[in-house]
Design a protein around this ligand. Structure first.
Ligand code: THU
Length: 134
């Protein structure tokens, strides 16, 4: 499954905007995530680092927690954008947190901030097969 390209680019642009609000003084790596809820609302999040490094929260989890705190738990897609040149695939922890709220068909888009049009698209099932559940 893929999102229509205009919808994908809209989500990637929202992720780009929020990536610029990242608090990343340690890594200098800015990440933004934009989550599309079933009702059409977009929730965003950026990475927020801490001097105690392990307390850092990723952009994806920030966006998910923002959405859940706003009463949305069903999602169609998430877009992830980062300041580096490499493709910002979500970390394992964020994949597992996405699986808490999204089914295997959840669409995960990503692109470097400088080359949004060359985004990649996967399903959550492709990125995290055999998800932990009980
Ligand atoms: N980061 C994210 O925001 N999302 C990921 O999926 C992986 C890493 C952030 C955490 C940290 O602030 C910076 O990128 C470098 O690891």
């Amino acid at each position: 499954m893929h999102l229509p390209r205009p919808t994908a680019l809209k989500l990637l642009r929202a992720a780009t905007a929020v990536s610029k609000r990242a608090h990343a003084p340690y890594s200098r790596f800015q990440v933004g995530a934009a989550l599309l809820a079933h009702d059409g609302t977009i929730f965003t999040g950026c990475n927020v680092e801490n001097a105690s490094y392990g307390l850092t929260i990723c952009a994806e989890r920030n966006a998910i927690f923002h959405a859940v705190a706003s009463g949305r738990r069903r999602f169609t897609a998430i877009a992830i954008v980062a300041s580096g040149a490499s493709m910002p695939y979500p970390c394992g922890a964020c994949r597992q947190v996405l699986a808490e709220f999204g089914d295997a068909g959840l669409i995960v888009l990503m692109a470097p901030r400088a080359t949004l049009a060359r985004y990649e698209s996967y399903t959550l099932g492709e990125l995290l097969p055999h998800t932990f559940q009980f």
